[in-house]
Every structure is written in structure tokens, then in C-alpha cells.
Design a protein around this ligand. Sequence first.
Ligand code: MD6
Ligand code: FE
Length: 203
Amino acid sequence: MQDGFRHLQGYLPHSEQLALLEMVYEIVLESPLYRPTMPRSGKPFSVQMTNCGELGWVSDKSGGYRYQRTHPQTGRRWPKMPDRLLALWADVADWPGEPEACLINQYAIGTKLGSHVDADEEETRAPVVSISLGDDAVFHVGGRARGDPKTRMVLKSGDVIVLAGEARLAYHGIDKINGGTSNLVKEGGRINLTLRRVTPIET
Ligand code: MD6
Ligand code: FE
């Protein structure tokens, strides 16, 4: 496994998980979940997404993967980054700048996220911080090349992952959601939040 990978198991107490879930529901009212499509093929993701923060990660057939300031369906700015996400980043990121983007992924049971590298950020020296809520997920992380050996682990509700240093550009993905493993999300499934710095900090 690459240096700079951290799995903070049980990082968030149940009360904080509930507060984050409430926060997500408020964001979704303003900025609805939608299904992005893959560059070129136009194939829809199985995961639904939305964002908060100054910038949001989006993808579609014609424009590909990118960050933009507005929701692709409503045309409105993304909701403001909540203070509790800024605080979590400050606690774990060890990076002298605030996150600009929080991508919210919603996984129904039976959905997955293929192996990928988070490489659409201009500032790839900053870590990516990821929060898991709801049902357990089988996560894999490998190396810089797609074919490098992978380590698999279960991400539980309240776990936090940090990809920093060498691990920042490692391949990773979600293989499976284990339905019925958490009571946090009433409808079942899993919600993942990834916090990112996109642009370099001004010095
Ligand atoms: C997920 N996570 O946990 C997907 N990316 O649902 C990611 O794609 C991810 O966990 C960058 C850093 C940490 C992650
Ligand atoms: Fe990722």
C-alpha cells in the first residue's frame, strides 16, 4: 500500500454521523442528486451525485470530468460548504488551505464505482478526505498504475479515509455495498462525501 493512505476507523461518533446525514438532506433539497454520464460513451453512472462548496465535480458525455460552480440541471451555484465539513478537514487533512469542493455520492444497494484516480484537481498535492455514512462498502485501493496490486477493506459508517502523499494518485473504487449493515440511512444504501482542494492556495 502507498504511503499517505489513512483509514480512520470509527472516526465519527453516531451523533456526528446523524448530523452529517441531516446536512446532506438539506443540501439535496437545494441541489438535487442526479446521475452524471461518462465522457464520450454517455453511459450513466450507477451512483447519484451532487456537491456543495465553491466548486462541484461533474461529468457528462460532451464535457467530460471537470469542476464547475453550478449544478448542471438547476444552473444554480452549489450550496455553501458547511462549517462542520471545514472543521473535519482542518482536523485530518494537514493541508494549509480550505477544501473547495465536496462531492456527495449516493449508492443504492447494487451500485458501485469503478477503479479510478482522482486527478481532475489542479492541486494534487492536497489530500482527498472521504467520509462514509450508511451501509458498509467494499473499497479497494491500489497503486499509481491500474494493474498494481490492490488492498480491499470494508468502509463502515463513520469511517474517514485520507488519500495524501504517494497515495493521493492511487487507483481506488467501490466494489460493493453490503445492504442491511447500517440503520443510519432509513432507505438503506450508502452516502459518501469527498472533500477536495481543487486550486492551489494563494501565497
Ligand atoms: C467512495 N471514494 O468511498 C468513493 N476518492 O464512495 C472515492 O472515490 C475516494 O474514498 C478519493 C479519496 C478517497 C475516496
Ligand atoms: Fe475517488
